[in-house]
Design a protein around this ligand. Structure first.
Ligand code: ADP
Ligand code: MG
Length: 320
């Protein structure tokens, strides 16, 4: 549904987006994660056809954003960082206006507005002035204008920024409900945001992709090696020594009945061997589980380490 190939954007001498390539399939909900200044908003503006790129190719719903920007806009709903709402308009009038801007045929205006009001649960405030609504409701109006022409693709730039915790939960639920029918990209500089709503994340730092995967696989890949913890009935030293000699095991640390087994990076499946060694040595396995590294830690690694493995071999450019 979205193909981005070698996308670069310079603001004068400054590289904001540096050789980005990624694909997003129909119905996916993908998080664009990165610290402030990473290039998220810039990428989104280009994907929506609002801003030209310096280099690269982008197609959205089969249309080239540079040569077919009008077709792209018809198929994309965009919620910019600052929602483009008119405070002096009523919710309903504003959505009608947004629908006309998106060239919704006049016969369908009424039903399009009703459907957007319903999806964003704004029916009860339809005739209120936007200026009199709370920030959470205004954000919903922003979402409603992105949806009003029933686009295939939704691009949401930091959709929960500035909202209170209750509003954040409501907006997240709303966005999750939209996935499937729509392909959604949302950006965030906050981890819980993407873990709460997205199936896949693209981590971006200084204009480059530093990681791209499902949250689960990213955790595994970036971990220094998987770690399993095991509780045994009798921690026989001979059994522990034998376990250390198993192929793929980096270390085994025993603290009383609790063993921590670190696996060498790149080794995928050694659980059977670990457990059967413990059983055969008469240690008695009471508990066995994988320790998860939090995405917070990964993100810190991703954005602070100099030699990031992902996207290696791409040409270097100055990013400020
Ligand atoms: N209109 C602009 N002119 C010059 N530099 C800009 C402009 N917009 C953004 N930048 C710079 O481009 C980089 C990426 O910005 P942005 O895309 O807004 O990042 P993010 O949305 O991830 O915070 C930043 O260094 C920012 O200062
Ligand atoms: Mg931004």
């Amino acid at each position: 549904m979205i193909h981005v190939s070698h996308l670069t954007k310079m603001y004068g001498p400054r590289t904001a987006v540096n050789d980005l390539s990624f694909d997003i399939q129909k119905g996916e909900i993908v998080g664009f994660l990165g610290p402030n200044g990473a290039g998220k908003s810039t990428t989104m503006k280009i994907l929506t056809g609002f801003m030209p790129a310096t280099d690269g190719k982008v197609t959205v719903a089969g249309f080239d954003v540079f040569t077919q920007a009008i077709d792209v806009k018809r198929n994309v709903g965009y919620l910019p960082e600052t929602p483009p709402v008119y405070l002096e308009m009523s919710v309903e009038d504003y959505l009608d206006y947004a629908a006309r801007l998106h060239q919704v045929p006049s016969a369908q205006l009424k039903s399009s507005v009703s459907s957007a009001l319903e999806k964003t649960d704004l029916g009860s405030v339809r005739s209120r002035l936007i200026g009199n609504l709370s920030k959470g409701y205004r954000q919903r109006v922003g979402l409603a204008q992105a949806l009003v022409h029933n686009p295939q693709v939704l691009i949401l730039d930091e959709p929960t920024v500035g909202l209170d915790p209750k509003q954040i939960i409501e907006i997240r639920e709303l966005i999750k409900g939209l996935a499937g029918d729509h392909t959604v990209i949302l950006s965030s500089h906050i981890l819980p945001e993407v873990t709460a709503t997205c199936q896949r994340i693209i981590v971006i730092s200084k204009g480059r992709i530093v990681a791209e995967d499902t949250i689960e696989r990213l955790t595994t890949r970036l971990n220094k090696g998987l770690i399993y913890s095991m509780t045994v009935r009798t921690p026989h030293p001979a059994g522990i020594t034998l376990m250390r000699t198993l192929p793929g095991i980096a270390s085994v640390t025993a603290t009383g009945p609790k063993l921590v087994v670190e696996i060498q990076p790149g080794v995928s499946e050694v659980r059977d061997q670990i457990v059967s060694t413990a059983v055969n040595q008469g240690m008695g396995v009471l508990e066995f589980s994988a320790e998860k590294v939090s995405l917070e830690e990964i993100f810190l690694q991703l954005t602070t380490e100099e030699n990031v493995p992902a996207q290696a071999g791409k040409k270097d450019g100055a990013t400020v």
